[in-house]
Write a protein of this length. Structure first.
Length: 162
């Protein structure tokens, strides 16, 4: 029996990420249909500002050249949910702005009222702006001569359900 997992010819990770982005779309559609957020629900949505299809004012793109997080809570207007994006009116330093955000640009969605969070891998092989690319495999830990075993930390984030 081998310890290696065969490479899949089915892009499961991409399929799961797209399905989870669909959760964001469905939640926003419900908020749009209901005319507002129920109870204490509010959302933090992080997205890549230079992703294809993103439309934000130039001053926001200058201030947030890679990634931006918006809060949908009390003051928003004109929420329009489409199949591949949503648009929303928000105020930044008392200046109104309309943002268009494709679901593919979203890297995080949080509803702190119920401790619900989704994190997304960047689309099309992009690397998040604040993280270096992951190495293929960590180097082996050196053997310890003192009789104590060396620490060998393995990150399982790649395999966690999100």
């Amino acid at each position: 029996m081998t310890d290696s997992t065969p490479d899949s010819l089915i892009p499961y990770d991409d399929i799961v990420q797209d399905a989870l982005r669909g959760v964001v779309s469905r939640v926003l559609s419900r908020i749009q249909a209901d005319g507002g957020l129920p109870g204490g629900h509010h959302f933090y949505i992080a997205f890549r500002t230079r992703a294809p299809g993103v439309s934000i004012p130039a001053h926001l793109k200058e201030r947030y050249p890679d990634e931006m997080t918006i809060v949908i809570q009390h003051r928003y207007w004109d929420l329009v949910v489409a199949d591949d994006h949503f648009s929303i009116g928000l105020s930044f330093n008392q200046m109104p702005a309309t943002l268009v955000i494709p679901y593919d640009a979203i890297v995080g969605f949080v509803d702190p009222a119920v401790n619900f969070a989704l994190q997304f891998a960047p689309k099309d092989g992009e690397t998040p702006p604040d993280q270096p690319p992951e190495p293929e495999a960590p180097p082996p830990a050196p053997e310890s001569d003192s009789g104590e075993s060396g620490s060998n930390v393995v990150t399982l984030d790649r395999f966690r359900r999100k």
